[in-house]
Design a binder for this molecule. Structure first.
Ligand code: TYM
Length: 332
């Protein structure tokens, strides 16, 4: 079986629809066919300031949502990054192989640091992609299921793996990004020129999975489209309509071409209303399953402890190999 690894940051409130359609949906599918490791990356979360209590809550909520979305602890390894110390340890070694200019070229860093300002930008935010590389390489992952916005970080991971292998001998599997064509990038419902994102979206443009479904339905019904009348997939000319078609397709499995046919001769209103209903039908069982896990924190902690133990047994082997090749003496 090929191995997959992916990670997601805990977010206050809940995940958004872009996280689910771009990433989590494929995690659920891949646990059936791959040896799957999934991590809630709480170390990454503190690259911007976090209130400790809020972080704890967001982390439990993240785990509950991943289980609510269909991750099955019997089919995959789900764990918290901070419970596997090898992530931070390998990140240090990789930091020492990463060029300063190389890290400075990461577009997510450039965007985020521009928003935080020089004083607000931490060194942790700067080396964030290196920690991400460590996450992936510790598990010798073949594929990394992510949204389009993570492509550059996976490229860096490949470069670092090849660099280490070249200098110290074959050690790491060089991973590839696994990006879904139909939902690689879900856009803001109010401004379809930007991706749906917790930091950049307008409140009405972002669909939070744990919100009251009524609230999200309204966002679909008031989604920004264009002044035309034809329902056609055309991201250049019709970014809003195309985004709605992508979401519709991803939630139902119906191809975009088939949807264009289905909506021939119809105006945008019916598309929006129908999509709002489809979302509501999908999200209701997701929310109730998530709530069941939130109501049983002991079970949640048990699942995460087991996951961390399984993850460590793999991560420790890789780190030991790396330390030995690097020239560190073993503890007697
Ligand atoms: P994060 O937590 O920002 O996002 C989690 C996943 O959601 C995807 N995503 C989207 N997909 C489609 N459309 C959107 N609008 C959208 N917004 C977010 C992201 O691409 C991601 O797959 N750096 C990572 C977390 C991470 C990681 C890793 C990922 C840490 N270590 C190792 C893979 C492997 C991040 O911040 O994702």
């Amino acid at each position: 079986r090929l191995r997959v690894f992916s990670g997601i940051q805990p977010t206050a409130g809940s995940f958004h629809l872009g996280n689910y359609l771009g990433a989590v949906r494929q995690w659920v599918a891949l646990q059936e066919t791959h040896d799957a490791f999934y991590s809630i990356v709480d170390l990454h979360a503190i690259t911007i300031p976090q209130d400790p209590g809020a972080l704890r809550e967001a982390t439990r909520l993240a785990a509950a949502q991943l289980l609510g979305a269909g991750l099955d602890p019997a089919r995959c390894t789900l764990f918290l990054q901070s419970q596997v110390p090898e992530h931070a340890q390998l990140a240090w070694v990789l930091n020492c192989l990463t060029g300063f200019g190389e890290a400075a070229r990461m577009t997510q860093f450039k965007d985020k640091s521009a928003r935080q300002g020089t004083e607000g930008t931490t060194v942790g935010l700067f080396t964030y992609p290196v920690l991400q590389a460590a996450d992936i390489l510790l598990y010798q992952a073949n594929e990394v299921p992510v949204g389009e916005d993570q492509r550059q970080h996976i490229e860096l991971t490949r470069d670092l793996a090849e660099r280490f292998n070249g200098r110290f001998g074959d050690t790491f599997t060089v991973p590839g990004a696994h990006i879904l064509k139909d939902a690689a990038k879900i856009y803001d419902l109010q401004d379809p020129s930007v991706k749906m994102s917790k930091s950049a979206s307008s409140p009405r443009g972002i669909v939070w999975l744990m919100d009251e479904p009524k609230k999200s339905e309204k966002k679909f019904r008031s989604a920004v489209t264009d002044t035309g009348t034809v329902i056609r997939f055309d991201p250049e000319e019709k970014p809003g309509v195309s985004n709605l078609l992508s979401i519709y397709s991803a939630l139902t499995g119906i191809g975009v071409a088939e949807l264009e046919e289905k909506f021939t001769g119809q105006l945008y209103g019916p598309l929006k209303t129908e999509l709002a209903g489809i979302f509501a039908d999908w999200v209701a069982p997701f929310r109730s399953r998530t709530q069941e896990y939130l109501d049983d924190p002991a079970e949640l902690d048990r699942i995460l402890a087991l996951g961390a133990e399984k993850a460590r047994s793999v991560a420790a082997g890789t780190l030991a190999d790396v330390y030995e090749k690097t020239g560190f003496l073993p503890a007697a």
